[in-house]
Design a protein around this ligand. Structure first.
Ligand code: PLP
Length: 387
């Protein structure tokens, strides 16, 4: 049976061209970039070339890129680094629908004396910039709002939020883990001071990412150790991973304009067809201001987990909520923030498309999903209790 992978927001396969350029750095070119002899300098050259490619993807200068072990570390670095940069400011503004990498970091800081404002979102998942403006005090150190939400795909008005932050002299961070490779990302157009990225979301390897830090931004160092990454993040660099990240960034930069149009077409086809073919379906997230590859729906009277298992039997990989919460039975904090009931939140299903998704894959889903839903509804205690 042909497998249909529709969970590209959880992770993507590493692009074969990225794998190819990484290989020599595991074996022949294994040097430590801190070593001054040629082996080391070869590795150092490779990571600096990768840095240029990552910087080019988001319109940054190479010395504004600090490599990390992925999106989670970049988010931790951004939030803690900005929070600890100033002893006078102890207030952070974020949104209720951030990834756990930001939310849990904020909760950690709350336990250490910081105050955090969690901005609400509307029914489509949008933050209102006016709320952010109202929340700013003379103690605010940081506004952190994600570029696009990983569960529902809503794209946030972060350029407007950044303009508000700039006017108030507050640092602005965005978790952009879900956007490079999907949307054009320019740190200047968006007005960001800090921006998190993760290679494995756009065909790079896992465990590699970056934090963009605009020149002049006050930040505490994150990882204390050797002087790597300009004393901001100590530790011997993951050379093969960074080389793969560089290649993936180069590929993404070229592919985005065409790929975002192609994915939007697939997304709209799947979204419209599910809504037409199955009754009792709610689209989660903004209908148009959303990632080109994201479809998220709540289907009345069926549990997301049961749908996932049944789809898996048909060789279709999808998700309920984010990868990290799909192994727990807690309702998604993102869906609850939209105003969904626990029941609706537990009946969500997310399909995320990517480079190797075709329209036949969409038809493959449409062929089996209605059947699965009607089978599960026939057995549903939720539906029976309503009848
Ligand atoms: N932020 C967002 C929006 C994400 O979707 C993810 C991963 O799902 C992360 C952060 C964490 O990134 P990583 O898996 O690289 O640690």
């Amino acid at each position: 049976m042909r497998r249909i992978y529709l969970d590209y927001a959880a992770t993507t396969p590493t692009h074969p061209d990225a794998v190819k350029v990484m290989e020599p750095y595991f074996t022949d070119a294994f040097g430590n970039p801190s070593s001054i002899y040629s082996y080391g300098q070869e590795a150092k050259g490779a990571i600096e070339e990768a840095r240029e490619k990552v910087a080019a993807l988001i319109g940054a200068h190479d010395d504004e890129i600090v490599f990390t072990s992925g999106g989670t570390e970049a988010d931790n670095f951004a939030v803690k680094g900005a929070a600890f940069a100033s002893s006078e400011r102890n207030h952070i503004i974020t949104s209720a629908i951030e990834h756990h990498a930001v939310i849990e970091t904020c909760k950690f800081l709350q336990r250490h004396g910081f105050e955090v404002t969690y901005l609400p979102v509307d029914k489509d998942g949008l933050v209102d910039p006016y709320d952010a403006k109202q929340a700013i005090t003379d103690k605010t150190a940081l506004i952190s709002v994600m570029h696009a939400n990983n569960e529902i795909g809503t794209i946030e008005p972060i350029a407007e939020l950044a303009a508000i932050a700039r006017e108030a002299g507050v640092c602005m961070h965005t978790d952009a883990v879900q956007t490079p490779g999907q949307l054009p990302v320019s740190v200047d157009d968006l007005g960001m001071d800090l921006l998190s990225m993760s290679a494995h979301k756009f065909y790079g390897p896992k465990g590699v990412g970056a934090l963009y830090i605009r020149k002049g931004t006050r930040m505490a160092a994150f990882m204390h150790g050797g002087g790597q990454e300009r004393n901001r993040r100590g530790g011997t660099e993951n050379v093969p991973g960074l080389v793969g990240f560089g290649k993936a960034s180069e590929i993404a930069r070229e592919a985005v304009p065409e790929e975002s149009v192609r994915l939007t077409r697939l997304r709209d086809y799947l979204m419209k067809s599910i809504l037409e073919q199955i009754d009792g379906v709610r689209l989660n997230g903004h209908p148009t201001q959303r990632l080109p590859n994201n479809v998220n729906v709540s289907i009345d009277y069926v549990e997301g987990e049961s749908m996932l298992l049944n789809l898996d039997l048909e060789a279709i990989c999808a998700s309920t909520g984010s990868a990290c919460s799909s192994s727990t039975l807690e309702a998604s904090h993102v869906l609850l923030a939209l105003g969904l009931t626990h029941e609706q939140a537990h009946s969500s299903l997310r399909f995320t498309m990517g480079k190797w998704t075709t329209s036949e894959d969409m038809d493959g889903v449409l062929e089996v999903l209605p059947r699965i839903v009607y089978k599960l509804r026939a057995m549903s205690p939720l539906l029976k209790s309503r009848q």
